[in-house]
Design a protein around this ligand. Sequence first.
Ligand code: C2O
Ligand code: CU
Length: 660
Amino acid sequence: MTTGLWIILDHLVALLSVAAWFAAGVTLALRRTRLALAVLIAAVLVTLVRVGTVAVLASRGWWFVQEKVLLGLPMLGAAGTVAVLLAGRHLLAARRGRGDGRPAGGVVAVLTAAYAALAGLVVTFLAGYPLTWSTALISVSFVGAGALLTARVVAAPAGGTADAGVTQPPISRRRFIGWAGGAVVVTAAGAGAGLSFLPAGSVTLGGGRGRSSRAAVSVADLRGAGSPAPGGAVRRHVLTAKKATVRLPSGREIDAWTYNGEVPGPAITATQGDLIEVRLRNADIPDGVTVHWHGYDVPCGEDGVPGVTQLAVAPGADFVYRFRAEQVGTYWYHTHYASYVGVRKGLYGALVVTPRDGRRAGEEPAAEQVDLTLPVHTLDGTVTIAGRDGRTDHPAAPGTPVRLRLINTDSEPRRIVLAGTPFRVAAVDGRDLHQPGEVSDVGLHLPAGGRYDLVFVMPDTSVALVVDDDRDSGLRLHPDGDAAGAARIEDTSDLPELDLLRYGAPAAPPFDIHDADRHFTMVLDRGVAMVDGRPAYAQTVNGRGHPAIPDQLVAEGDIVRFTVVNRSLETHPWHLHGHPVLILSRDGTPSTGSPLWVDTFDVRPGETWEVAFRATNPGIWMNHCHNLPHAHQGMMLRLQYDGVTTPFAGSPGGSPGHGH
Ligand code: C2O
Ligand code: CU
């Protein structure tokens, strides 16, 4: 069973234990002796099962259980033991016909166990990992307050006549216990609340050195080359961000935000070594826009992150990006200003750089190839491929080499199936795989932001590209150009998923992956946290939301390791700017296929990924979930090189609340 399923099961058992303890308390208070005994036994059994589910989760990683082992279960264990002792004895005696009535102490103890079970569950959902003193104090005082209030209610003489069978200490002693207990609870709760306002440190070091005293460099000075490599061309573009009505092939009209009135924006292509120069203008996109080169390791000043590497480009303003196209492959660009709105509405486009291969500058790839760039994007609820909805037909002569460049520009993963031909996954996130083998009848899981280059030789029958198993849309390649003659596609939903961690042939890593200079752990979850200065039910990293998550400090040349853990029930496509990361392992199982260099990897519920990279691109880089609404809800931090500063933080158009 996957860790994700164990997390769900553990939630269910925890919920059941809350219900059982409350039911035991209520039946006991109602003096339903037999029922109360049965329910109490059930509560104890469910609690023991819970210990089992937590033990299994603990074997998957401490991050999944820390607050349960250190707080939730001990609270419940202590309260539950007292409850069993007080109520159990009474119930057994009552069953044997000796004594009846309501054991006030027992009722209070059983309900206190219920409050403890509830507090444990609430801590898991609202606070998570790591457990803090603040959380612990607040939960313990919640349980204590519950116990005191319950004692008052239960022990209050009903209608002035003492309840038969209820044994109570004298009034004065009860008063004293009440006051003292109340004081302890209030103090603990106050201390817990106060601690929660302590600011976190502004950086984490990951076990490496702290900030040095080296002279600071501003990101504003970390700009790209001004000229192409020898023999390269200059590729000039103007991208004007503007609102436009876009008409899909089906006739549907969509109010979009666009670069140059098109969705996707104009494809930017170059040959390796060319200079790419893009002038961004903002016509009328409210508040601002930028261009971020997703997966392209540009110098930091060209990275397009408002509030970090530049100011957002306001309506009427412009900004020029300039960098050398040194990386070959399939990439994309998108706005990084309030991107959870802007990208969804259409502010994105493809960036494709082809190898020089002895070709002259500006020359296009050989004409007999079919080379299609296919951003997949949901516009107004409709999945579009390269800006087209429904089915797209394309001719391809038999024997033609075909390359399909898939780009997931959405915030959710997509399932891709290529039916009708064996093929290879030649590249992932723009980087070529090592000896990728031929596969067929598999599904590909494409993370949000990710890219796959699929290659094959066109057979003499048609080939279908199916997205999310929707056989009525997608792309069809026809050998004779005759769309009507195409064979029906079989149902693709049962095809197994290709595991890229076991695909292709291994090769020696470029650095010693066991000898990291810094190691950062990011535990992803939901919880109550401050996001942009406001409390929210946030998407959190180590229990915090942007910008209260400490920056990760690295020094140039460091080998950096990330452990990314997903405690939540949603998938998080993790994305670091400015560097590809090498996948080391998933859930402790090492990657055994081709070295897998990616800029976005999907951490599914319950998964733990280990990745590493070399810090060779100085700057301040965003490190975030590429489910863009999640990033907006707090799941975003910065990786900061020692000695690099930004003049853009906190400036107009640089509000971190929109810097993603
Ligand atoms: Cu594709 Cu920070 O983004
Ligand atoms: Cu996410």
